[in-house]
Structure formats: C-alpha cells, structure tokens
Design a protein around this ligand. Structure first.
Ligand SMILES: NC(=O)c1ccc[n+]([C@@H]2O[C@H](COP(=O)([O-])OP(=O)(O)OC[C@H]3O[C@@H](n4cnc5c(N)ncnc54)[C@H](OP(=O)(O)O)[C@@H]3O)[C@@H](O)[C@H]2O)c1
Length: 357
C-alpha cells in the first residue's frame, strides 16, 4: 500500500522522461511513495518508453478522452489526469514553452488545497520563485512558496560559475561582471526535430542581459538580494551533444589560476575534466551516470582555464545536458515534502556527482 507522498510529473519529453525514471528508481531512498506521470498523446512510437516507465514503478495518467486510445496501443493508464493532480503532493510540470504557465492559470491554481507545491522548468519565466539547488536554497520560504521555477540547464551553469569562482568567500560585490556565450546543441539526442545544418547565431532579445540565460541567472540571485551584472549571448551548433559555455568573470579581488583551481576542486557541485570534447564528456555520462545523466551543475575543462590580468577568469565548461535541472526538480519536490530534512534526503543521489569526468 503506497503512502501519501505522491509526486506527479506532467510531460514525458526530454526532461520528463529521465525525471520520472529517476524519481521512480530512487523513490524509496528519496522518501517518495508513488510516482505518477501524465502523457498527453497516445503514440505507438512512445509506447516503449511508457511501458518501461510503468515497469520501473511509475503510473501512467491520461486525459479521459484519450484513455481508450492508450489502451488500444497496449498502454494501461492508472488514473485520469485530474485525479492524478488531486492525489499528488507535488506536481512537476515538464511541458514545453508556455504550457506550464497556461496549466498554472487554468489548472494548478484550483488544486492549492490538496497540493503542497508545483514546479515548472526552464522556459516558464514567471511561474514561481526561481530555484537552482545549491544556489538559492536559503531563499525558499516554507508554506509561502507554492510555485517554483527550476531554471534552465545553462542558467544553472552560469549561476554555479558565478557563485563558486567569484562570490563564495568574497561576497557578491566581488563579481564586477560576468559575460557568457552559450554554445548550444541544436537539439537533444531524444529529439528528431529542429536540427540545423550549420551553426546559427542568436539575437540579443533582452536589452540588459542579452539572452534569457543571464537574465534568469540575474533573477535567481535576486531572490538572495544580489544585483549582479550578467550578460549572455547564444549560438546553436549542428550537434546533438552537450551545451558548452564560454565564461569571462571579472572579479574585484586579484586571483591566480592556482586559486581558481583550488576553488573548483573544493566544490562538490562542480566537476572538472581534462577533456576538451563534448562527445567525450557526454560519453562518460552514458557509461557512469544514471541512464546517461550526471547531476553536477557544470563540468569545467581545466586546460581551457586562464586568469587574464589578475582579474578576469576565463574558460570553457560543459553543461551536463539536463542533469542539473533534474537535480533541482527533485530537490524542489523534496523541499515541499520535507522542508526541514530535504537537504539530507537528497544526499542519496551523491553517487551521481563526479569530481572528475
Ligand atoms: N531539453 C532539455 O535538455 C531541457 C533541459 C532543462 C530544462 N528544459 C525545460 O524543460 C521543459 C520541457 O522541455 P523538453 O525539452 O522536455 O520538452 P519536450 O521534449 O518537447 O517534451 C514535452 C512534453 O510535454 C508534453 N506536452 C506538450 N504539450 C502539452 C500539454 N498541453 N499538456 C500536457 N502535456 C503536454 C508532451 O507530451 P506528448 O508528447 O504526449 O504530446 C511531451 O511529453 C521546458 O521548459 C524546457 O525549457 C529542457
């Protein structure tokens, strides 16, 4: 008989699929009694993943008018979509751009009495308090924050770099400015659409921050009362492997390369690598991570590090695909369930953090 701590995931795409698997596979250690998930479209192509997620202990939930189609395709739903939200203590929305916000307005607001909280992913700016595990946990207010917005994978990466390399031990005023270029994969290996034939540069849509990556990192730190000078640009390249981030952090206090390496070495969230190819880093995750995922916030390529003029920390790092967003989604869910002990509980995922790739 399962208990009350039910987590419901909406969406089974690039982020939803591994999240459901991880929650189901590690549920007992995490203190989660049951994992349910909503799939919108009954597709024969998706049958294998749905059946495997069910095999791993998660329960399929569908819209009532799609139930028969799912059954006809051999996928057995357990609950209707609304019943699943009603039963859940935490709902994690993993739908694409704008849908999470729409779900909040049309659906989630009606379930505030029986649900502790709702979490949405990177694209849902404005959904709730921004959150990245290990960056702004102290900004979370129990019972006040019912909606959390887990920032995107590249925003996690930017925030981790700013935090560890420039601010930790020195305070936010030590970061005079942070400049970032997100070199993004065209699409994920789980996606067939939106691949591009050649590198494509991106517009700077945000007047102050360039792209949403630095904007979101700025707002993430704002939850702690910091007002950081951050700016990002983005370029997409014709690969399906990991995002790469080029960073340039100008710090007030003079620093040496050795001191930078020391800061990196003593931070659990950060992983280092002597590798310079995203394929090699990706491949490590495939062989040693949880179904391919490692949960570190960033993987810094040590040979690329440089300190310019004693004040500018420059280098490249890899964004571990969606691993950091998965970590924050699980940490956020545990925070709703166990606000006083979630930090201890999440340590059961420690084996998915690596010092070196
Ligand atoms: N991709 C990444 O690496 C990554 C990393 C970090 C954060 N994120 C964020 O995660 C979120 C989801 O991105 P994704 O890449 O996982 O998207 P995705 O692969 O396109 O998957 C979206 C999922 O949402 C479902 N869906 C779409 N519209 C829906 C609706 N109206 N109601 C219910 N379900 C709906 C789809 O269901 P059906 O297929 O059944 O129709 C699909 O399972 C975005 O906010 C994104 O910014 C993504």
């Amino acid at each position: 008989m399962s208990g009350d701590n039910i987590v419901h995931v909406v969406g089974t795409g690039t982020i939803g699929e591994p999240l459901i698997g991880l929650l189901a596979g590690r549920g007992e250690e995490l203190g989660i009694d049951e994992v349910t998930f909503h799939k919108r479209t009954p597709l024969v192509l998706d049958r294998s993943k749905v059946k495997d997620l069910i095999k791993r202990g998660a329960k399929l939930c569908v819209d009532p008018d799609r139930r028969e189609e799912f059954k006809k395709l051999g996928m057995e739903p357990t609950y209707d979509a609304l019943t699943a939200i009603e039963r859940a203590k935490v709902v994690i929305d993993c739908t694409p751009s704008g849908v999470g916000q729409a779900n909040k307005a049309s659906l989630y607001n009606d379930f505030m009495d029986n649900t502790l909280g709702f979490i949405a992913q990177g694209s849902e700016f404005g959904f709730g308090k921004m959150y990245a595990r290990g960056i702004n946990d102290e900004a979370l207010e129990s019972k006040e924050d019912r909606f959390l917005h887990v920032v995107s994978c590249n925003t996690h990466n930017i925030a981790a770099l700013a935090n560890t390399l420039a601010m930790e031990g020195e305070g936010p005023s030590n970061l005079e400015r942070g400049r970032f270029i997100c070199i993004r994969r065209a699409n994920d290996i789980s996606q067939e659409e939106n691949f591009i034939p050649s590198p494509a540069v991106g517009r700077h849509k945000d007047k102050k921050f360039g792209t949403h990556h630095a904007r979101d990192a700025h707002h993430l730190f704002k939850t702690l009362g910091h007002d950081l000078d951050l700016h990002s640009s983005a370029i997409k390249i014709n690969t399906q492997y990991m995002h790469i981030l080029h960073f340039n952090l100008r710090v007030k206090k003079k620093i040496t390369l050795e001191e930078v390496k020391e800061k990196i070495a003593t931070d659990d969230r950060i992983c280092v690598t002597e590798k310079m190819s995203s394929g090699l880093v990706f491949s490590f995750g495939r062989d040693h991570g949880y179904y391919g995922r490692i949960l570190n916030q960033t993987v810094i390529s040590i040979p690329t590090l440089q300190v310019h003029d004693g004040h500018e920390i420059v280098g490249f790092c890899f964004t571990p695909q969606d691993g950091n967003s998965l970590l924050s989604s699980i940490a956020g869910a545990l925070w709703f369930l166990y606000p006083d002990t979630y930090s201890d509980r999440i340590q059961c995922l420690k084996d998915l953090f690596f010092d070196e790739v």
